[in-house]
Design a protein around this ligand. Structure first.
Ligand SMILES: O=C(NCCCc1ccccc1)N[C@H]1CC[C@H](OCc2c(F)cccc2F)CC1
Length: 324
């Protein structure tokens, strides 16, 4: 079984940093010897910095210093009201500021899910800062000159519900948060029913019958519930409400995107059974990269926890010549 850090593991420290006026909480994990490179890991929705628990020990054992923030609105990080705090550009600015504060002239980025979409954006806005990046599950989608509502795609229909008021209004308090997270992480009802699917999103009637997910221990789930209870679901859901703001931020960039290619090495790991991000949607992304490595793992959306050994094998191969 792949090694993982526990919520209160002696190998990690929880630090805070003021990034452009927002207080972020982040996990710091340091290697035994002096690190030559810094890795920043960006989690997705609905997740936390601990979502990288199976990857943190691997990366410190390779000699990297590892920083894993709770992203805007999550866990120990502030959850401001304005939607402008939940854009790709804001996340990129904050990660660049974190790198500056810890004295990292360049960083290696890793992202899962929304964190995968974010790491491509950090590399777009701060190309000199990013020496390499990997994305688990999330393919690249280029800035568009025309606004494209992603919820049109059948596998993205759940985003309509997440953008709306219902989840924010229903998922209140620790018990509902636990049911919700169990549903998202594959917990089943007594007859095998799911509490969340990609066409409708969350089924509130079924939630109370959803059993515990197999992907987290009770201790891990207790930690997740405590961290989500700090702010509730408003912050995490705001990430689904910024498509128009992201489009505005990237309009200029979209005009000059002709012939653009990412220069740093990039690894994309697809989950063959990811219902939200099926491998097919990564078709055609190769054109945006000078050096793209593609890998597939037979796993659901929760690749980091479901097949950690396979995911870690690909990350190790990709980073082995970058930890010098
Ligand atoms: O919603 C997300 N994760 C929650 C998954 C919930 C779930 C759990 C278990 C089972 C099924 C579902 N992730 C987002 C991450 C950003 C993505 O947007 C970027 C984007 C485009 F807009 C267009 C093309 C590719 C592309 F990556 C859209 C999905």
């Amino acid at each position: 079984m792949a090694d993982k850090v526990s919520p209160y593991d002696s190998r990690i420290q929880y630090k805070t940093a003021n990034l452009n006026g927002v207080t972020y909480s982040y996990i710091l994990a340091e290697p035994a010897s002096k690190p030559k490179n810094t890795v920043v890991l960006v989690h997705g929705w609905p997740d936390l910095s601990l979502g990288w628990r199976y990857q943190i020990p691997l990366l410190t054992s390779m000699g990297f210093r590892v920083l894993v923030p709770d992203m805007m609105g999550y866990g120990g990080t502030d959850s401001p009201e304005p939607l402008s705090y939940y854009t790709y550009k804001r996340a990129a600015d904050d990660i660049a500021e974190l790198a500056r504060q810890v004295g990292a002239p360049s960083i290696i980025l890793g992202g899962h899910d929304w964190g995968g979409a974010i790491v491509y954006r950090i590399a777009l806005w701060y190309p000199k800062l990013v020496s390499a990046l990997f994305s688990v599950c999330t393919p690249y989608h280029s800035p568009r000159s025309q606004f494209m509502d992603a919820t049109k795609a059948p596998n993205f229909k759940y985003q309509l519900q997440l953008r709306g008021p219902d989840v924010q209004a229903h998922i209140l308090g620790e018990e509902k948060l636990r049911q919700f997270l169990n549903a998202l992480y594959g917990g089943r009802g007594p007859n095998g029913e799911l509490g969340f699917n990609t066409t409708e999103g969350c089924n509130f009637e079924v939630l109370p019958k959803i059993g515990p997910t197999r992907l987290l221990t009770n201790e891990e789930m207790d930690f997740y519930v405590k961290r989500y209870a700090i702010h509730g679901m408003r912050g995490p859901l705001n990430w689904y409400r910024t498509q128009e703001l992201n489009f505005e931020d990237e309009k200029e960039m979209a005009k000059n995107i002709e012939g653009f290619k990412f220069k740093m090495p990039v690894l994309f790991i697809a989950g063959t059974k990811d219902a939200a991000l099926p491998p097919a949607i990564s078709h055609g992304m190769d054109m945006w990269f000078e050096s793209l490595t593609r890998r597939e793992v037979n796993t659901s959306h929760w690749a980091l926890w479901e097949k950690p050994a396979e995911v870690n094998k690909h990350i190790t191969e990709f980073l082995s010549d970058k930890s010098e």
